[in-house]
Design a protein around this ligand. Sequence first.
Ligand code: ISL
Ligand code: CA
Length: 550
Amino acid sequence: MTRLTDDYLWWRDGVIYQIYPRSFQDSNGDGIGDLNGITARLDYLAGLGVDALWLSPIYPSPMFDFGYDVSDYEAIDPVFGTLADFDRLLAEAHARGLRVILDLVLNHTSHLHPWFVESRSSRDNPKRDWYLWRDPVAPRSGAYAPHSGAGSPPNNWESVFGGRAWEYDPATGQYYYHQFLKEQPDLNWRNPAVRARVYQVMRFWLDRGVDGFRLDVLHAYFKDDQFRDNPPAIGLRGWDRQQHLYDLDRPEMADVLREIRGVLDAYPERMAVGEVADFGMAVRYVGPHKMHLAFNFDFLRQPWLPRAFQQAVQRYEAALPAGAWPCYVLGNHDVDRFPTRFGGGPYADARTKVAAALLLTLRGTPFVYYGEELGLPNTRIPRDEIQDPPGRRYWPIYGGRDPERTPMPWDGGPNAGFTTGQPWLRLNADYARRNVAAQDADPASVLNFYRRLLRLRRESPALRRGTFRALARRPVEALAYLREAPGQTVLVALNFFGWENTLKLDSPLPAGAWRVRLSTVPGDQARVRGNRVTLAPFEATLLELEPNSP
Ligand code: ISL
Ligand code: CA
Protein backbone atom coordinates (compact mmCIF):
# COMPACT_ATOMS: atom_id res chain seq x y z
CA MET A 1 0.00 0.00 0.00
CA THR A 2 1.26 3.50 -0.79
CA ARG A 3 2.55 5.24 2.28
CA LEU A 4 4.14 8.50 1.31
CA THR A 5 4.67 10.03 4.69
CA ASP A 6 6.32 8.53 7.73
CA ASP A 7 3.64 9.80 10.04
CA TYR A 8 0.73 8.09 8.29
CA LEU A 9 -2.01 7.42 10.79
CA TRP A 10 -4.87 5.35 9.41
CA TRP A 11 -7.86 6.99 11.07
CA ARG A 12 -6.61 10.52 10.39
CA ASP A 13 -5.14 10.11 6.91
CA GLY A 14 -7.37 7.30 5.65
CA VAL A 15 -10.95 6.87 4.50
CA ILE A 16 -13.40 4.75 6.50
CA TYR A 17 -16.07 2.67 4.75
CA GLN A 18 -19.25 1.76 6.60
CA ILE A 19 -20.73 -1.68 6.03
CA TYR A 20 -24.27 -2.53 7.10
CA PRO A 21 -23.59 -6.27 7.42
CA ARG A 22 -27.17 -7.43 6.78
CA SER A 23 -26.98 -5.85 3.35
CA PHE A 24 -23.44 -6.31 2.06
CA GLN A 25 -23.04 -9.91 0.93
CA ASP A 26 -24.86 -13.10 1.88
CA SER A 27 -22.69 -16.23 1.83
CA ASN A 28 -25.17 -18.96 2.82
CA GLY A 29 -28.37 -18.23 0.94
CA ASP A 30 -30.51 -17.12 3.90
CA GLY A 31 -30.99 -13.71 2.29
CA ILE A 32 -29.08 -11.85 5.01
CA GLY A 33 -25.55 -10.55 4.63
CA ASP A 34 -22.91 -12.07 6.92
CA LEU A 35 -19.25 -12.00 7.95
CA ASN A 36 -18.09 -14.61 5.45
CA GLY A 37 -19.79 -12.53 2.78
CA ILE A 38 -17.78 -9.48 3.82
CA THR A 39 -14.57 -11.53 3.85
CA ALA A 40 -15.30 -12.65 0.31
CA ARG A 41 -15.51 -9.00 -0.77
CA LEU A 42 -12.34 -7.71 0.88
CA ASP A 43 -10.46 -7.61 -2.42
CA TYR A 44 -13.14 -5.32 -3.79
CA LEU A 45 -12.77 -3.02 -0.78
CA ALA A 46 -8.98 -2.98 -0.90
CA GLY A 47 -9.18 -2.27 -4.64
CA LEU A 48 -11.63 0.54 -4.05
CA GLY A 49 -8.92 2.24 -2.02
CA VAL A 50 -10.46 2.69 1.41
CA ASP A 51 -8.34 2.26 4.53
CA ALA A 52 -10.74 0.94 7.14
CA LEU A 53 -14.12 -0.71 7.57
CA TRP A 54 -16.75 0.10 10.17
CA LEU A 55 -19.16 -2.77 10.68
CA SER A 56 -22.60 -1.93 12.03
CA PRO A 57 -23.41 -4.27 14.97
CA ILE A 58 -22.74 -7.98 14.51
CA TYR A 59 -23.37 -9.15 18.11
CA PRO A 60 -26.13 -11.48 19.24
CA SER A 61 -29.37 -9.56 19.14
CA PRO A 62 -33.09 -10.23 19.00
CA MET A 63 -32.98 -7.65 16.14
CA PHE A 64 -35.72 -5.34 17.37
CA ASP A 65 -33.43 -2.59 16.03
CA PHE A 66 -31.38 -4.81 13.68
CA GLY A 67 -28.45 -5.29 16.00
CA TYR A 68 -28.56 -1.93 17.79
CA ASP A 69 -30.15 -3.95 20.60
CA VAL A 70 -27.30 -6.13 21.83
CA SER A 71 -27.91 -9.18 24.03
CA ASP A 72 -24.23 -10.22 24.31
CA TYR A 73 -21.33 -7.85 23.68
CA GLU A 74 -18.70 -10.56 23.42
CA ALA A 75 -20.02 -12.86 20.73
CA ILE A 76 -21.33 -12.87 17.16
CA ASP A 77 -24.96 -13.33 16.17
CA PRO A 78 -25.42 -16.67 14.36
CA VAL A 79 -27.09 -14.77 11.51
CA PHE A 80 -23.71 -13.12 10.85
CA GLY A 81 -21.46 -16.09 11.67
CA THR A 82 -19.14 -17.09 14.49
CA LEU A 83 -16.22 -15.63 16.39
CA ALA A 84 -13.96 -17.78 14.23
CA ASP A 85 -15.50 -16.16 11.13
CA PHE A 86 -14.86 -12.79 12.69
CA ASP A 87 -11.22 -13.58 13.49
CA ARG A 88 -10.76 -14.70 9.90
CA LEU A 89 -12.37 -11.52 8.56
CA LEU A 90 -10.08 -9.44 10.75
CA ALA A 91 -6.94 -11.33 9.73
CA GLU A 92 -7.85 -11.18 6.04
CA ALA A 93 -8.65 -7.46 6.29
CA HIS A 94 -5.37 -6.73 8.06
CA ALA A 95 -3.51 -8.76 5.45
CA ARG A 96 -4.86 -6.30 2.87
CA GLY A 97 -3.98 -3.24 4.92
CA LEU A 98 -7.60 -2.65 5.94
CA ARG A 99 -8.41 -1.71 9.54
CA VAL A 100 -11.66 -2.82 11.14
CA ILE A 101 -13.75 -0.92 13.65
CA LEU A 102 -16.79 -2.28 15.43
CA ASP A 103 -19.98 -0.52 16.39
CA LEU A 104 -20.38 -0.47 20.16
CA VAL A 105 -23.90 0.21 21.35
CA LEU A 106 -23.32 1.08 24.99
CA ASN A 107 -26.05 3.58 25.74
CA HIS A 108 -28.50 0.70 26.00
CA THR A 109 -28.67 -3.07 25.76
CA SER A 110 -31.35 -5.38 24.49
CA HIS A 111 -34.13 -6.07 27.01
CA LEU A 112 -33.03 -9.70 26.58
CA HIS A 113 -29.45 -9.03 27.65
CA PRO A 114 -28.79 -11.10 30.82
CA TRP A 115 -27.89 -7.88 32.65
CA PHE A 116 -31.37 -6.50 32.09
CA VAL A 117 -33.07 -9.81 32.71
CA GLU A 118 -31.40 -9.81 36.13
CA SER A 119 -32.01 -6.13 36.69
CA ARG A 120 -35.74 -6.40 36.20
CA SER A 121 -36.05 -9.59 38.24
CA SER A 122 -36.31 -7.80 41.59
CA ARG A 123 -35.70 -4.45 43.23
CA ASP A 124 -32.80 -5.81 45.24
CA ASN A 125 -31.05 -7.67 42.48
CA PRO A 126 -27.34 -6.66 42.35
CA LYS A 127 -27.85 -5.52 38.75
CA ARG A 128 -30.94 -3.40 39.57
CA ASP A 129 -28.86 -0.26 39.47
CA TRP A 130 -27.28 -1.14 36.09
CA TYR A 131 -30.30 0.45 34.41
CA LEU A 132 -32.45 3.52 35.09
CA TRP A 133 -35.32 2.51 37.35
CA ARG A 134 -37.64 5.12 38.87
CA ASP A 135 -40.77 5.10 40.94
CA PRO A 136 -44.05 6.21 39.39
CA VAL A 137 -45.08 9.71 40.31
CA ALA A 138 -48.54 10.85 41.34
CA PRO A 139 -50.56 11.55 38.21
CA ARG A 140 -50.77 15.26 37.55
CA SER A 141 -54.26 16.40 36.66
CA GLY A 142 -54.88 15.69 33.01
CA ALA A 143 -51.50 13.97 32.77
CA TYR A 144 -50.76 10.70 31.09
CA ALA A 145 -51.31 7.73 33.46
CA PRO A 146 -51.19 4.50 31.50
CA HIS A 147 -51.52 1.99 34.32
CA SER A 148 -54.13 2.03 37.02
CA GLY A 149 -52.36 2.27 40.34
CA ALA A 150 -49.02 2.80 38.61
CA GLY A 151 -49.14 6.56 38.71
CA SER A 152 -47.43 8.48 35.92
CA PRO A 153 -44.01 8.09 34.34
CA PRO A 154 -41.25 9.85 36.30
CA ASN A 155 -41.04 12.77 33.86
CA ASN A 156 -41.95 13.93 30.34
CA TRP A 157 -39.05 12.38 28.43
CA GLU A 158 -39.87 10.95 25.01
CA SER A 159 -38.36 8.07 23.07
CA VAL A 160 -36.54 8.86 19.80
CA PHE A 161 -38.58 6.10 18.18
CA GLY A 162 -41.95 7.27 19.45
CA GLY A 163 -43.96 7.37 22.67
CA ARG A 164 -42.82 7.78 26.23
CA ALA A 165 -39.24 6.91 27.13
CA TRP A 166 -40.48 5.16 30.29
CA GLU A 167 -41.86 1.63 30.42
CA TYR A 168 -43.75 0.43 33.47
CA ASP A 169 -42.67 -2.96 34.78
CA PRO A 170 -45.58 -4.39 36.80
CA ALA A 171 -43.48 -7.15 38.41
CA THR A 172 -41.45 -4.65 40.44
CA GLY A 173 -43.72 -1.59 40.23
CA GLN A 174 -41.19 0.79 38.70
CA TYR A 175 -40.52 2.37 35.35
CA TYR A 176 -37.33 1.88 33.33
CA TYR A 177 -35.96 4.38 30.87
CA HIS A 178 -35.37 3.67 27.16
CA GLN A 179 -34.27 6.45 24.83
CA PHE A 180 -35.06 4.22 21.84
CA LEU A 181 -37.38 1.17 21.75
CA LYS A 182 -38.75 -0.32 24.95
CA GLU A 183 -36.68 -3.34 23.91
CA GLN A 184 -33.57 -1.11 24.36
CA PRO A 185 -33.32 -0.21 28.08
CA ASP A 186 -30.64 2.42 28.86
CA LEU A 187 -27.63 1.47 30.97
CA ASN A 188 -26.84 3.49 34.08
CA TRP A 189 -23.48 5.06 33.27
CA ARG A 190 -23.26 6.55 36.78
CA ASN A 191 -22.74 3.07 38.13
CA PRO A 192 -18.98 2.33 38.30
CA ALA A 193 -19.65 -1.41 37.90
CA VAL A 194 -21.33 -0.75 34.54
CA ARG A 195 -18.42 1.35 33.39
CA ALA A 196 -15.84 -1.21 34.45
CA ARG A 197 -17.73 -3.99 32.68
CA VAL A 198 -18.18 -1.97 29.49
CA TYR A 199 -14.47 -1.10 29.37
CA GLN A 200 -13.80 -4.82 29.71
CA VAL A 201 -15.95 -5.32 26.59
CA MET A 202 -13.73 -2.84 24.76
CA ARG A 203 -10.60 -4.73 25.81
CA PHE A 204 -12.18 -8.02 24.72
CA TRP A 205 -12.28 -6.74 21.13
CA LEU A 206 -9.06 -4.73 21.27
CA ASP A 207 -7.23 -7.85 22.45
CA ARG A 208 -8.61 -9.69 19.42
CA GLY A 209 -7.03 -7.05 17.20
CA VAL A 210 -9.98 -4.76 16.45
CA ASP A 211 -8.70 -1.31 15.48
CA GLY A 212 -11.33 0.80 17.15
CA PHE A 213 -14.97 1.55 17.73
CA ARG A 214 -17.84 3.62 16.49
CA LEU A 215 -19.68 4.56 19.65
CA ASP A 216 -23.43 4.60 19.15
CA VAL A 217 -25.34 7.57 20.61
CA LEU A 218 -22.33 8.63 22.63
CA HIS A 219 -24.20 11.82 23.44
CA ALA A 220 -26.86 10.03 25.48
CA TYR A 221 -24.85 8.02 28.02
CA PHE A 222 -25.86 10.37 30.82
CA LYS A 223 -29.28 11.68 31.75
CA ASP A 224 -29.97 14.44 34.26
CA ASP A 225 -29.29 13.28 37.82
CA GLN A 226 -32.53 14.96 38.96
CA PHE A 227 -34.59 13.66 36.02
CA ARG A 228 -35.99 17.12 35.26
CA ASP A 229 -38.64 17.59 32.56
CA ASN A 230 -37.45 18.76 29.14
CA PRO A 231 -38.86 22.11 28.02
CA PRO A 232 -41.10 22.06 24.93
CA ALA A 233 -39.97 22.74 21.36
CA ILE A 234 -41.74 23.02 18.02
CA GLY A 235 -41.69 19.78 16.05
CA LEU A 236 -43.71 17.07 14.37
CA ARG A 237 -42.90 13.90 16.27
CA GLY A 238 -42.83 13.56 20.07
CA TRP A 239 -39.03 13.51 20.34
CA ASP A 240 -38.76 16.67 18.24
CA ARG A 241 -41.27 18.46 20.41
CA GLN A 242 -38.83 18.84 23.29
CA GLN A 243 -35.55 20.60 23.89
CA HIS A 244 -33.19 17.86 24.97
CA LEU A 245 -31.64 19.68 27.88
CA TYR A 246 -31.87 16.83 30.34
CA ASP A 247 -31.74 13.54 28.44
CA LEU A 248 -28.58 14.20 26.36
CA ASP A 249 -25.07 15.61 26.60
CA ARG A 250 -24.77 15.95 30.37
CA PRO A 251 -21.60 17.32 31.97
CA GLU A 252 -20.65 13.93 33.44
CA MET A 253 -19.66 12.92 29.92
CA ALA A 254 -16.25 14.58 30.17
CA ASP A 255 -14.95 11.96 32.62
CA VAL A 256 -16.21 9.11 30.50
CA LEU A 257 -14.56 10.46 27.35
CA ARG A 258 -11.28 10.51 29.25
CA GLU A 259 -11.82 6.98 30.55
CA ILE A 260 -12.65 5.56 27.13
CA ARG A 261 -9.63 7.28 25.62
CA GLY A 262 -7.52 5.75 28.36
CA VAL A 263 -8.72 2.26 27.47
CA LEU A 264 -7.85 2.81 23.80
CA ASP A 265 -4.52 4.48 24.45
CA ALA A 266 -3.25 1.36 26.17
CA TYR A 267 -3.05 -0.17 22.67
CA PRO A 268 -1.17 1.22 19.66
CA GLU A 269 -3.07 3.10 16.91
CA ARG A 270 -6.57 2.36 18.13
CA MET A 271 -9.38 4.88 17.78
CA ALA A 272 -12.95 5.78 18.62
CA VAL A 273 -15.43 7.80 16.60
CA GLY A 274 -18.42 9.09 18.49
CA GLU A 275 -21.91 9.38 17.14
CA VAL A 276 -23.16 12.68 18.53
CA ALA A 277 -26.43 14.51 18.07
CA ASP A 278 -25.30 17.99 17.08
CA PHE A 279 -22.51 20.23 15.88
CA GLY A 280 -21.62 21.46 19.37
CA MET A 281 -20.84 17.94 20.52
CA ALA A 282 -19.02 17.13 17.27
CA VAL A 283 -16.62 19.86 18.31
CA ARG A 284 -16.57 19.35 22.09
CA TYR A 285 -16.16 15.57 22.17
CA VAL A 286 -12.93 15.37 20.12
CA GLY A 287 -9.29 16.02 20.84
CA PRO A 288 -6.61 14.92 23.28
CA HIS A 289 -8.10 12.88 26.16
CA LYS A 290 -11.39 12.70 24.28
CA MET A 291 -12.56 10.91 21.13
CA HIS A 292 -10.30 10.72 18.08
CA LEU A 293 -13.25 11.65 15.88
CA ALA A 294 -16.92 12.57 16.23
CA PHE A 295 -19.35 12.65 13.34
CA ASN A 296 -20.23 16.08 12.07
CA PHE A 297 -23.66 15.56 10.50
CA ASP A 298 -23.94 19.06 8.99
CA PHE A 299 -23.72 17.73 5.42
CA LEU A 300 -26.79 15.56 6.01
CA ARG A 301 -28.86 18.71 6.28
CA GLN A 302 -27.33 20.87 3.56
CA PRO A 303 -29.28 21.86 0.51
CA TRP A 304 -27.43 21.36 -2.80
CA LEU A 305 -25.80 24.78 -2.70
CA PRO A 306 -22.05 25.43 -2.67
CA ARG A 307 -22.40 28.22 -0.18
CA ALA A 308 -24.17 26.00 2.35
CA PHE A 309 -21.36 23.43 2.19
CA GLN A 310 -18.65 26.06 2.35
CA GLN A 311 -20.23 27.66 5.40
CA ALA A 312 -20.52 24.29 7.10
CA VAL A 313 -16.83 23.61 6.47
CA GLN A 314 -15.74 27.05 7.59
CA ARG A 315 -17.68 27.01 10.84
CA TYR A 316 -16.23 23.57 11.61
CA GLU A 317 -12.68 24.65 10.77
CA ALA A 318 -13.15 27.72 12.97
CA ALA A 319 -14.66 25.86 15.91
CA LEU A 320 -12.38 22.82 16.22
CA PRO A 321 -9.68 23.39 18.82
CA ALA A 322 -6.05 22.59 18.11
CA GLY A 323 -5.44 18.87 18.26
CA ALA A 324 -8.99 17.99 17.20
CA TRP A 325 -9.38 16.44 13.77
CA PRO A 326 -12.44 16.96 11.50
CA CYS A 327 -14.67 14.21 10.19
CA TYR A 328 -17.20 14.35 7.35
CA VAL A 329 -20.08 12.12 6.24
CA LEU A 330 -22.65 12.32 3.46
CA GLY A 331 -24.71 9.38 4.59
CA ASN A 332 -25.18 6.41 6.88
CA HIS A 333 -27.74 3.72 7.71
CA ASP A 334 -30.07 6.23 9.40
CA VAL A 335 -30.57 8.87 6.71
CA ASP A 336 -31.71 9.15 3.09
CA ARG A 337 -28.95 8.31 0.62
CA PHE A 338 -27.41 11.50 -0.74
CA PRO A 339 -28.11 11.00 -4.46
CA THR A 340 -31.79 11.04 -3.49
CA ARG A 341 -31.40 13.83 -0.97
CA PHE A 342 -29.61 16.08 -3.45
CA GLY A 343 -32.41 15.79 -5.97
CA GLY A 344 -32.23 12.42 -7.77
CA GLY A 345 -33.34 12.41 -11.42
CA PRO A 346 -31.22 12.16 -14.55
CA TYR A 347 -28.35 14.23 -13.12
CA ALA A 348 -28.04 12.27 -9.88
CA ASP A 349 -24.78 10.58 -10.90
CA ALA A 350 -23.26 13.87 -12.02
CA ARG A 351 -24.14 15.40 -8.65
CA THR A 352 -22.86 12.31 -6.83
CA LYS A 353 -19.41 12.77 -8.39
CA VAL A 354 -19.32 16.40 -7.30
CA ALA A 355 -20.36 15.42 -3.77
CA ALA A 356 -17.77 12.63 -3.67
CA ALA A 357 -15.04 15.02 -4.83
CA LEU A 358 -16.05 17.36 -2.01
CA LEU A 359 -16.20 14.68 0.70
CA LEU A 360 -12.84 13.17 -0.26
CA THR A 361 -10.87 16.40 -0.60
CA LEU A 362 -11.73 18.22 2.61
CA ARG A 363 -9.43 18.42 5.61
CA GLY A 364 -10.70 15.63 7.81
CA THR A 365 -11.51 11.94 7.83
CA PRO A 366 -14.25 11.02 5.36
CA PHE A 367 -16.70 8.18 5.95
CA VAL A 368 -18.20 6.45 2.91
CA TYR A 369 -21.41 4.45 3.37
CA TYR A 370 -21.53 1.22 1.30
CA GLY A 371 -23.15 1.79 -2.08
CA GLU A 372 -22.27 5.48 -2.20
CA GLU A 373 -19.46 4.52 -4.56
CA LEU A 374 -22.14 3.29 -6.99
CA GLY A 375 -24.35 6.35 -6.60
CA LEU A 376 -26.94 4.06 -4.99
CA PRO A 377 -30.15 6.01 -4.37
CA ASN A 378 -32.90 5.35 -1.84
CA THR A 379 -35.19 2.49 -2.78
CA ARG A 380 -38.90 2.93 -2.21
CA ILE A 381 -40.13 0.19 0.15
CA PRO A 382 -43.84 -0.68 -0.04
CA ARG A 383 -45.60 -0.44 3.28
CA ASP A 384 -46.03 -4.18 3.72
CA GLU A 385 -42.29 -4.70 3.26
CA ILE A 386 -41.20 -2.16 5.88
CA GLN A 387 -38.79 -3.76 8.37
CA ASP A 388 -37.53 -0.81 10.41
CA PRO A 389 -39.44 -0.36 13.69
CA PRO A 390 -39.82 3.45 13.57
CA GLY A 391 -40.94 3.09 9.95
CA ARG A 392 -43.73 0.74 10.95
CA ARG A 393 -44.73 3.00 13.77
CA TYR A 394 -44.72 6.35 12.00
CA TRP A 395 -45.79 5.41 8.47
CA PRO A 396 -46.77 7.47 6.47
CA ILE A 397 -45.23 10.48 8.28
CA TYR A 398 -41.92 8.63 8.35
CA GLY A 399 -41.20 5.48 6.36
CA GLY A 400 -38.21 4.33 8.40
CA ARG A 401 -34.65 3.61 7.37
CA ASP A 402 -35.06 0.66 5.02
CA PRO A 403 -34.75 2.78 1.83
CA GLU A 404 -31.06 3.45 2.62
CA ARG A 405 -30.32 -0.13 3.75
CA THR A 406 -31.04 -2.13 0.58
CA PRO A 407 -28.60 -4.90 -0.42
CA MET A 408 -25.36 -4.07 -2.22
CA PRO A 409 -25.82 -4.79 -5.94
CA TRP A 410 -22.76 -6.71 -7.13
CA ASP A 411 -23.79 -7.73 -10.64
CA GLY A 412 -26.72 -7.87 -13.03
CA GLY A 413 -27.60 -11.51 -12.22
CA PRO A 414 -30.36 -12.83 -9.94
CA ASN A 415 -30.62 -10.72 -6.79
CA ALA A 416 -27.63 -8.75 -8.00
CA GLY A 417 -25.25 -11.39 -6.66
CA PHE A 418 -26.13 -10.40 -3.12
CA THR A 419 -27.77 -13.71 -2.25
CA THR A 420 -28.83 -16.98 -3.80
CA GLY A 421 -31.92 -16.85 -1.58
CA GLN A 422 -34.61 -14.28 -0.95
CA PRO A 423 -33.07 -10.93 0.10
CA TRP A 424 -34.28 -9.66 3.49
CA LEU A 425 -35.01 -6.30 1.85
CA ARG A 426 -35.66 -5.60 -1.81
CA LEU A 427 -32.83 -4.44 -4.09
CA ASN A 428 -32.52 -1.09 -5.85
CA ALA A 429 -34.95 -1.14 -8.78
CA ASP A 430 -32.18 -0.35 -11.29
CA TYR A 431 -29.76 -3.04 -10.12
CA ALA A 432 -29.55 -4.58 -13.60
CA ARG A 433 -27.63 -1.43 -14.58
CA ARG A 434 -26.46 -0.01 -11.27
CA ASN A 435 -24.14 -2.67 -9.89
CA VAL A 436 -20.44 -3.18 -9.24
CA ALA A 437 -19.72 -5.31 -12.32
CA ALA A 438 -21.40 -2.91 -14.73
CA GLN A 439 -19.68 0.14 -13.25
CA ASP A 440 -16.37 -1.65 -13.13
CA ALA A 441 -16.52 -1.95 -16.92
CA ASP A 442 -17.46 1.68 -17.49
CA PRO A 443 -14.56 4.15 -17.23
CA ALA A 444 -17.01 7.03 -16.68
CA SER A 445 -18.89 5.32 -13.83
CA VAL A 446 -19.34 6.69 -10.34
CA LEU A 447 -17.37 3.68 -9.06
CA ASN A 448 -14.32 4.41 -11.20
CA PHE A 449 -14.49 8.06 -10.21
CA TYR A 450 -14.40 7.07 -6.51
CA ARG A 451 -11.44 4.78 -7.18
CA ARG A 452 -9.48 7.55 -8.87
CA LEU A 453 -10.35 10.02 -6.13
CA LEU A 454 -9.33 7.62 -3.40
CA ARG A 455 -6.05 6.82 -5.11
CA LEU A 456 -5.24 10.50 -5.57
CA ARG A 457 -6.12 11.30 -1.99
CA ARG A 458 -3.86 8.55 -0.74
CA GLU A 459 -0.95 9.84 -2.83
CA SER A 460 -1.45 13.48 -1.95
CA PRO A 461 -0.05 14.99 1.26
CA ALA A 462 -2.01 18.18 0.54
CA LEU A 463 -5.32 16.32 0.37
CA ARG A 464 -4.64 14.23 3.44
CA ARG A 465 -3.13 16.78 5.74
CA GLY A 466 -2.95 20.17 4.05
CA THR A 467 -4.68 23.34 5.15
CA PHE A 468 -8.07 24.28 3.75
CA ARG A 469 -8.69 27.69 2.21
CA ALA A 470 -11.90 28.72 0.44
CA LEU A 471 -11.25 30.91 -2.60
CA ALA A 472 -14.50 32.82 -2.93
CA ARG A 473 -16.29 34.38 -0.02
CA ARG A 474 -19.77 34.01 -1.46
CA PRO A 475 -19.87 31.14 -3.92
CA VAL A 476 -23.19 30.86 -5.73
CA GLU A 477 -23.10 27.93 -8.12
CA ALA A 478 -19.58 26.54 -7.88
CA LEU A 479 -17.05 25.99 -5.12
CA ALA A 480 -13.27 26.34 -5.13
CA TYR A 481 -10.73 25.80 -2.42
CA LEU A 482 -7.03 25.15 -1.96
CA ARG A 483 -5.44 22.36 0.01
CA GLU A 484 -1.85 23.22 0.80
CA ALA A 485 0.93 21.19 2.36
CA PRO A 486 4.67 21.80 2.25
CA GLY A 487 5.63 21.12 -1.37
CA GLN A 488 2.13 20.57 -2.72
CA THR A 489 -0.82 22.78 -3.56
CA VAL A 490 -4.09 21.33 -4.83
CA LEU A 491 -7.00 23.34 -6.20
CA VAL A 492 -10.42 21.73 -5.98
CA ALA A 493 -13.08 23.24 -8.23
CA LEU A 494 -16.66 21.94 -8.19
CA ASN A 495 -19.57 23.03 -10.36
CA PHE A 496 -22.81 22.11 -8.56
CA PHE A 497 -25.04 22.78 -11.57
CA GLY A 498 -25.69 21.55 -15.10
CA TRP A 499 -24.47 24.60 -16.97
CA GLU A 500 -21.08 26.19 -17.52
CA ASN A 501 -19.94 28.38 -14.67
CA THR A 502 -17.16 30.87 -14.26
CA LEU A 503 -16.17 31.25 -10.66
CA LYS A 504 -14.68 34.59 -9.71
CA LEU A 505 -12.17 34.19 -6.89
CA ASP A 506 -11.57 36.82 -4.22
CA SER A 507 -7.91 37.04 -5.22
CA PRO A 508 -5.73 35.62 -8.02
CA LEU A 509 -4.55 32.04 -7.67
CA PRO A 510 -0.90 31.40 -6.87
CA ALA A 511 0.93 32.01 -10.15
CA GLY A 512 2.18 28.98 -12.03
CA ALA A 513 1.08 26.10 -14.17
CA TRP A 514 -1.94 24.16 -12.93
CA ARG A 515 -1.96 20.55 -14.01
CA VAL A 516 -5.24 18.59 -14.01
CA ARG A 517 -4.88 15.56 -11.73
CA LEU A 518 -8.47 14.38 -11.95
CA SER A 519 -11.62 15.57 -13.64
CA THR A 520 -15.12 14.45 -14.47
CA VAL A 521 -14.52 15.95 -17.91
CA PRO A 522 -12.44 13.64 -20.10
CA GLY A 523 -9.29 15.25 -21.48
CA ASP A 524 -9.95 18.34 -19.39
CA GLN A 525 -7.70 21.36 -19.91
CA ALA A 526 -9.06 23.25 -16.92
CA ARG A 527 -9.49 26.91 -17.61
CA VAL A 528 -7.75 28.76 -14.81
CA ARG A 529 -6.89 32.35 -15.56
CA GLY A 530 -5.97 34.96 -12.97
CA ASN A 531 -8.82 35.00 -10.53
CA ARG A 532 -11.26 33.07 -12.72
CA VAL A 533 -11.96 29.37 -13.01
CA THR A 534 -14.33 28.20 -15.72
CA LEU A 535 -16.06 24.88 -15.24
CA ALA A 536 -18.13 22.66 -17.53
CA PRO A 537 -21.60 21.53 -16.35
CA PHE A 538 -21.27 19.45 -13.12
CA GLU A 539 -17.51 19.49 -13.50
CA ALA A 540 -15.41 18.36 -10.56
CA THR A 541 -11.72 18.98 -11.10
CA LEU A 542 -8.57 18.67 -9.02
CA LEU A 543 -5.55 20.61 -10.19
CA GLU A 544 -2.05 20.65 -8.83
CA LEU A 545 0.33 23.57 -9.00
CA GLU A 546 3.43 22.38 -10.85
CA PRO A 547 6.12 22.55 -8.17
CA ASN A 548 8.73 24.17 -10.40
CA SER A 549 6.46 26.49 -12.30
CA PRO A 550 7.59 30.13 -12.40
O1 ISL B 1 -31.04 11.38 18.78
C1 ISL B 1 -31.46 11.48 17.66
C2 ISL B 1 -32.29 12.60 17.30
O2 ISL B 1 -31.81 13.77 17.88
C3 ISL B 1 -31.21 10.46 16.63
O3 ISL B 1 -30.78 11.02 15.42
C4 ISL B 1 -30.17 9.48 17.12
O4 ISL B 1 -28.95 10.11 17.25
C5 ISL B 1 -30.02 8.38 16.18
O5 ISL B 1 -31.26 7.80 15.92
C6 ISL B 1 -29.12 7.37 16.85
O6 ISL B 1 -28.84 6.34 15.96
C7 ISL B 1 -28.09 5.26 16.44
O7 ISL B 1 -28.68 4.62 17.55
C8 ISL B 1 -29.95 4.00 17.34
C9 ISL B 1 -29.95 3.11 16.10
O8 ISL B 1 -31.27 2.75 15.78
C10 ISL B 1 -29.32 3.81 14.91
O9 ISL B 1 -29.29 2.95 13.81
C11 ISL B 1 -27.96 4.24 15.33
O10 ISL B 1 -27.20 4.80 14.29
C12 ISL B 1 -30.24 3.20 18.56
O11 ISL B 1 -29.17 2.37 18.88
CA1 CA C 1 -26.38 -15.09 5.39
